[in-house]
Design a protein around this ligand. Structure first.
Ligand code: HEC
Ligand code: HEC
Ligand code: HEC
Ligand code: HEC
Ligand code: HEC
Ligand code: HEC
Ligand code: HEC
Length: 405
């Protein structure tokens, strides 16, 4: 009898050892077996992967830690005054970083920085409340290098109740699943399966599922052409743009279904109705940009085959590289007869060249992103680039004056 028990214990232990060893060698992606996870792409596409780590898409959503939260936690720099009696203090405790709300010096609420969205113009933070997500009231603004009230919050209140839906995550992450519907209460915030969150805009978010591609190329290393992965180069322009438009055509349009599983080649209009309200309106440029509509209204777009990829290589951080972008203009607008700008001011060709973008794709102060202090709401002082490539007489005047100095 003892022997049987002993053997059974050995067998059961063996089963679990084998089960867990096998399980850990084949991690599954929350999006399903068709997805390999971006980490698997490193092996064969290491150059692309390494440069991608420096892009905004890599930072679109991240776990919050000392490397991803850029605001200061130093004394005197870590406090946002909401009103005379209220303040929010950014605090580092053993269990993480927190935004703590004090009323007349008394701690009223404390929520952790769990998720960071962004890292270029600014960062907003989310915290888990059970299985729901809420936004923290204070964001970090890069240009000001300051903690300020999160965009759209009313002055004089530290509000921890703003609910974040999967819609935010559709553009800032690669996946998150809802809890099964019976767990959803009608009046409650959307409830997520926390373990299903795939951070960042990752490789397969743009390229579609890659597990079969990884398996094939791994088993057939002698094959140098790609199999089982969508190719962008063969897509018509509208489908190429749809992949970017998924997230870069404004956030006000009506959704037909979630865009998490939109793949190269799919038609975006089956997922998201066009945002007609925001076509060419440089007065209302928003960080939640409508680059697509603005570009599509430009003569460059209408009279050529240009798409987002003509100027952007999304695997690289090209921010600030105006020489590179100018070269893209010059690929189509030759300099040899560059008197097309008809500028009488004695600007030499070199100055014209180094300012193409400034004159024809200027940045504007957005009127959409607002921040609040004790008693009023102000412009957050954020510049957004117009993708309506055109002639802007006012901008030209400004630049000519600046250059004349
Ligand atoms: C075992 C090696 C291997 C792995 C792992 C791998 N690839 Fe590839 N991939 C290739 C080869 C080989 C090609 C063809 C040559 C090239 O374009 O680099 C290719 C090409 C591609 C292309 C271009 C397709 C085209 O026709 O334009 C894309 C996109 C791509 N891979 C995406 C991915 C993604 C995303 C991952 C991770 C999920 C991944 N690959 C993982 C080997 C691999
Ligand atoms: C799943 C959503 C999503 C898709 C698809 C997507 N983007 Fe983005 N993109 C974002 C988000 C979110 C940001 C801002 C992230 C941040 O600031 O951390 C961003 C930022 C950018 C930036 C700004 C980079 C910078 O350094 O400031 C460029 C350029 C860009 N995207 C181009 C593209 C192009 C081109 C495509 C299509 C090939 C594309 N994106 C597809 C969501 C997306
Ligand atoms: C339709 C897609 C979309 C939705 C929905 C969306 N975003 Fe964004 N978001 C973007 C894109 C694209 C950018 C970057 C645009 C740029 O660089 O001009 C961005 C930028 C940001 C930034 C600034 C990032 C940076 O690095 O400067 C923050 C913060 C942000 N979004 C937060 C949110 C929050 C919070 C929500 C939900 C309430 C949300 N977004 C919903 C697409 C989206
Ligand atoms: C924001 C969307 C986006 C993300 C994120 C993205 N790609 Fe791409 N990728 C593209 C587009 C668009 C093209 C087509 C470029 C072109 O030909 O104009 C492309 C092309 C490629 C190609 C073939 C052409 C080449 O440049 O060699 C490979 C391979 C590739 N991507 C791999 C990856 C891997 C690996 C990752 C993750 C580290 C990744 N991509 C992340 C949009 C994306
Ligand atoms: C793929 C080719 C291509 C690229 C790249 C390109 N353009 Fe154009 N652009 C065109 C074409 C074609 C026209 C229309 C010319 C016509 O109407 O005769 C045009 C028109 C224009 C106009 C006239 C706009 C108007 O409303 O009258 C300006 C200004 C301009 N481009 C500037 C630029 C700048 C600046 C860049 C770089 C940021 C650029 N273009 C990139 C092809 C291109
Ligand atoms: C003719 C060239 C050109 C084309 C085509 C183009 N862009 Fe850009 N884009 C630029 C330049 C130039 C910048 C400014 C880069 C900088 O500030 O470093 C920029 C910046 C951006 C930014 C950051 C915006 C900001 O306010 O900082 C986003 C997002 C972006 N592009 C998305 C797109 C998308 C999506 C498409 C396709 C619909 C696209 N771009 C097509 C030239 C182009
Ligand atoms: C100082 C501002 C300024 C700079 C810098 C500048 N442009 Fe222009 N550009 C203008 C103005 C203003 C016009 C309109 C001239 C007119 O028709 O009266 C114009 C017109 C154009 C046109 C339209 C010509 C036509 O026939 O309709 C193109 C194309 C163009 N510019 C491209 C460029 C390119 C490419 C660069 C960089 C090499 C550049 N511009 C640099 C101000 C500028």
């Amino acid at each position: 009898m003892k022997k049987i028990v002993f053997i059974s214990i050995i067998l059961i232990s063996l089963f679990f050892i084998i089960y867990f060893t096998f399980r850990s060698t084949k991690p599954t992606d929350p999006r399903g077996d068709a997805y390999a996870g971006s980490a698997t792409c490193i092996k064969c596409h290491s150059d692309i992967y390494k440069s991608y780590l420096h892009t905004a898409h890599y930072m679109a959503s991240m776990p919050a830690d000392i490397n991803t939260v850029h605001g200061s936690f130093a004394k005197n720099f870590n406090t946002f005054t909401v009103s005379d009696s209220q303040k929010v203090v950014m605090e580092k405790l053993d269990s993480g970083m927190y935004q703590s709300y004090y009323l007349n010096g008394k701690l009223m609420e404390r929520h952790r920085f769990d998720i960071v969205l962004g890292g270029v113009k600014g960062e907003s933070y989310l915290f888990w409340k059970d299985n729901g997500l809420n936004q923290l009231p204070i964001s970090y603004f890069t240009k000001q290098d300051k903690w300020l009230m999160s965009p759209g919050y009313a002055p004089g209140v530290a509000d921890y109740t703003r609910i974040i839906t999967s819609r935010c995550m559709e553009c800032h992450a690669s996946f998150i699943a809802d809890q099964p519907t019976d767990a959803q209460k009608l009046d409650a915030a959307e409830q997520f399966d926390k373990s299903s969150l795939v951070y960042r805009v990752d490789c397969e978010r743009c390229h579609g599922p890659g597990a079969q591609h990884v398996e094939f190329q791994t088993n057939n290393p002698e094959v140098k052409i790609a199999k089982y992965i969508a190719s962008f180069s063969s897509l018509p322009r509208a489908r190429k743009i749809d992949i970017c438009a998924e997230c870069h055509s404004g956030n006000k349009s009506q959704m037909l279904k979630s865009t998490f599983f939109l793949k190269p080649g799919d038609t975006l209009a089956n997922y998201k109705l066009p945002d007609f309200a925001r076509t060419v309106d440089t007065n209302h440029l928003d960080v939640h940009g409508n680059q697509v509509q603005l570009l599509e209204s430009s003569k460059c777009f209408i009279h050529s085959k240009l798409d987002c990829g003509t100027c952007h290589n999304v695997h690289q951080n090209q921010r600030g590289n105006m020489a590179l972008f100018t070269q893209k203009c010059l690929d189509c607008h030759s300099v040899t007869n560059h008197n097309y700008c008809k500028i009488s001011n004695p600007l030499n060709a070199k100055l014209i060249r180094s300012n193409c973008i400034q004159c024809h794709m200027p940045t504007f102060l957005t009127k959409v992103i607002l921040t609040s202090n004790i008693n009023k709401t102000t412009n957050a002082d954020i510049l957004i680039r117009s993708h309506h490539i055109a002639i802007y007489p006012e901008e030209t005047k400004k630049i000519l004056m600046m250059l004349a100095k």
